[in-house]
Design a protein. Sequence first.
Lengths: 326, 326
Amino acid sequence: MHSFTFFQDIINNELHQNKEYFNKFPTLLYEPIEYTLGMKGKRIRPVLTLMACNLFTNDYEKAVKPALGIEIFHNFTLLHDDIMDNSSMRRGKPTIHKKYNDNIAILSGDAMSIMAYKLIVDANPPELSKVLSEFSKMAIEVCEGQQYDMDFEEITDVRPEQYLEMIKLKTAVLIAGSLKIGAIIGGAPTLDAEALYNFGINIGLAFQLQDDYLDSFGDSNTFGKKIGGDITANKKTYLLIKALELAQGENKTSLLELLSSTNTEEETKISRVKHIYTQLKVEELSKAKMNEYYSKAIAALDSVNVEDEKKQGLKYFAEKLMNRQY
Amino acid sequence: MHSFTFFQDIINNELHQNKEYFNKFPTLLYEPIEYTLGMKGKRIRPVLTLMACNLFTNDYEKAVKPALGIEIFHNFTLLHDDIMDNSSMRRGKPTIHKKYNDNIAILSGDAMSIMAYKLIVDANPPELSKVLSEFSKMAIEVCEGQQYDMDFEEITDVRPEQYLEMIKLKTAVLIAGSLKIGAIIGGAPTLDAEALYNFGINIGLAFQLQDDYLDSFGDSNTFGKKIGGDITANKKTYLLIKALELAQGENKTSLLELLSSTNTEEETKISRVKHIYTQLKVEELSKAKMNEYYSKAIAALDSVNVEDEKKQGLKYFAEKLMNRQY
């Protein structure tokens, strides 16, 4: 069983070596794709595909191109999300729609989505039809998650379970699908592939809750971006949704005032909202939810019918995700 | 061998019966898809898939879902093109990005592109891997064509062969690919599938040249939209590109003036540009080019190794395309 960084290197090398996919004409279609894929991502999803495959076979090679397809699909969703959210920066660099324009960002994203399929089909892995069914299901669900996310911006009363369903679709299914696809290509029995999918769903949910938590309560030195961005933007995170559900009396009034106020100074707003969060113990509730998902994830991983030793890589990855400060 | 309208009805019924694909949540993701597919298109591409399949087998049923996938892909490209071109109307109805907004149009388009693959994969037709390779190649080329089309808006000297390459990618490959995919599913020998592809490329090129021609020289009563729209918009059609190539002296000066003038009355501009076209005989040149492609298309169809009688449907379709006034 190889390590996370071992597979990370494989993916980065592949991206480098498969320039024939990106280095083509018309330049304004392919250059943005190369730029997007050249950003130093963590390559979590394709690495999970390879690790899941490697649980069942030493011949993980046959999952490399499909894993690359998954990474390209993930980057396509980021590219289009950045247009929809009007984000200017991604991984410290200008986003495509800012560096070029919206039309180029739309079209090169479209091409990436097709390329993702192309890479999987060209690789012709074992169980191609099953792999592609899983991929399409996951891909459609990511779109559904993104639409719910946009819907939630327009409504005030999002319930916690709606939020959890949204992040499941937007974030967790891609992690779960990456694992399941690797398992299928590796020849896993159905139950094991399902268990890895459940591992992925639960670790994905924990991951997103952790992200929300760190955005408000992380350490700005290690987190890498400004603390409180979600609070400033009134982003409906699990923390805010829980707080709106639990707040009463004075806390409720202040929270609603802070959300609607346009003249509260940014730092004041952040510290006052965090103060309400602390009073309502939504930090603890969020941590408890995270731990619940984490435990479910580990239980799902434990149930996979391969030697414990082989599962160490995925377990270590899950632990690192939970203990990260960034 | 069934007729065009027979297959058209099959596709329209399928779209109607497969509401489980579109009638889902979140509403703002699926409603625009249903709206787009509900517009009365001619369903040319999926019908060609079924006709090509039917050349080689009576069991055209197995190509129905893949044909639907192709129709959904085509509608996805129209939906995203409408955002990029900022078009307000399509088939007499408001476009998605005008009826909803850009974000919804981007995302529901993304979902349609995935659905197209999903329909093909779920159908699991014979030669799935070959079908998907062909589909992905065609889909990427359509993106390349759209990018060239956008590139050409920014440059002044587009050569005729560049324009023809662009419309080949943007329009003809989808028609050619639709036919080839039907042929592959129908079990066609490689040479016959290739011949149908060539038929499609040539008929697609003739089709687009005809479109350009009718936009300037059609009869507004039968054409269905205002004559001269391309001229008003300075659209680099084959007519304009050829005219710019051939014009000399006074004609050249007037043409360049008309293109850069912002205060010429619309009707005056249309009639003066058309007058220059007539003087330079670009109408005839365009007609000649169309006929050249049409002849190549028919030759390719003739070379397909099935009884002539079976090919009558496709031949009739080609003739109708060439003789249309709309």
